[in-house]
Design a protein around this ligand. Structure first.
Ligand code: ADP
Ligand code: MG
Length: 358
């Protein structure tokens, strides 16, 4: 059992509220991610779990046991992956054995654990090689094996792959996800990269200045962000958020250039959010009418062809919004297009930025 529970935990550094009344429960075997911008409190949360910091108020439980008074060594949680670099003068095998040798674990136990982790990571056949003879992906797996061989109840990782180049980062997060699933261990993971958080986590806790703003599965926080803050942090391009007013038969934005025919729109909405992939863009001539049913006119401001998809920046009145289209549509700057969005895909926000139910 390695569930991790925080109950109203607060941690201050002088005048800074690094963690502000945090309550959450990480489940056993879960891949749980803390995600937020720099200085939002992610590393402090990990240090509180490890026991390197003590909370000012509140309670921390690991595996059902209150640990506020338990030393880091006795918590059976481990920060791993701080150093992905392998020792170049040692074979892969010696690298993986190293943490156990250092802790004077008995030889029979070392052999058992190394064999176990090597099988899970599929690296048995490369263990005799020095790091220089391994591919980038193989080196990653050996480094992960070295981190995992200690076998704690829960692993913590603080932005472990941010230093890698983009391609290796993509490979490594796939490895991590698969490894976590196969090991069946609790993994608490910190990242400031929204794509990484979305791709690896079972659930994400989204932080703002020490406060947890929302916790949910990736699809849940993406599809139902609790606020404009969360909505803006997840998704690329970012959600379009526009001031809105009640209009005839629905909601209008961008001086009436955007019309959402939604009679169920909440009366207290002051902003609407449109995901770039939810905006429909068609040539203006293509049977479009100004009645709003098939879209209102907008001007194409700029086009970014990215191969598999294309980002189109649109000018609707004074507003700029970005649409994400599949493939490489024949759309040019300055062309007039009709834009629309299914009412069911529109996000509504009230005063203060909180999401409103339709
Ligand atoms: P993150 O990991 O999200 O970047 P941190 O947990 O490192 O955020 O920091 C949260 C806040 O606490 C920041 O305002 C930071 O400046 C402050 N902080 C963190 N550690 C210390 C420390 N040892 N002493 C003083 N302030 C700290
Ligand atoms: Mg940090």
């Amino acid at each position: 059992m390695a569930d991790v529970v925080f109950r109203n935990v607060t941690k201050r550094y002088g005048g800074t509220l690094a963690v502000d009344d945090a309550s959450f429960a990480v489940n056993d075997n879960e891949f749980f991610c803390f995600f937020g911008p720099p200085l939002s409190g992610k590393s402090t949360l990990l240090r509180l779990i490890l026991g390197l910091e003590a909370p000012d108020t509140g309670e921390i439980l690991i595996g059902g046991r209150p640990v506020n008074a338990v030393s880091p060594a006795e918590r059976n949680v481990a920060m791993v992956f701080q150093n992905l670099a392998l020792f170049p003068h040692m074979s892969a095998l010696e690298n993986v054995r190293f943490p156990l040798v250092e802790r004077r674990v008995a030889e029979a136990e070392i052999e058992k654990r190394v064999a176990d982790v090597a099988a899970k990571l599929h690296i048995g056949h490369i263990l005799h090689k020095p790091p220089a003879q391994l591919s980038g992906g193989e080196r990653q797996r050996v480094a992960i094996a070295r981190a995992l061989v200690r076998d704690p109840a829960a692993y913590l990782m603080d932005d472990p792959i941010s230093a890698l180049d983009a391609r290796l980062r993509e490979e490594t997060r796939v490895e991590l996800k698969r490894i976590q699933r196969e090991l069946g261990k609790t993994l608490i993971y910190v990242t400031h990269d929204q794509e990484e958080a979305m791709s690896v986590a079972d659930r994400i806790a989204i932080l703002e200045s020490g406060k947890i703003r929302q916790i949910g599965a990736p699809a849940e926080v993406y599809d139902r962000p609790a606020s404009t803050y969360v909505a803006r942090l997840l998704g690329s391009p970012m959600m379009n958020i526009l001031k809105s007013v009640r209009g005839e038969g629905g909601v209008e934005a961008a001086e009436g250039r955007i019309h959402i025919a939604d009679k169920a729109a909440p009366a207290d909405a002051v902003e609407i959010g449109l995901r770039p992939e939810d905006i429909k863009v068609r040539p203006w001539s293509d049977g479009a009418r100004s009645d709003g049913r098939t879209g209102r006119p907008a001007r194409v401001f700029e086009v970014e062809p990215l191969g598999g998809y294309t980002i189109v920046t649109l000018a609707a009145g004074q507003a700029r919004l970005r649409a994400l289209l599949r493939g490489q549509p024949d759309i040019r700057p300055d062309a007039m297009v009709a834009i629309s969005c299914e009412p069911g895909r529109v996000h509504y926000f009230g005063h203060g930025g909180g999401a409103l139910a339709r």
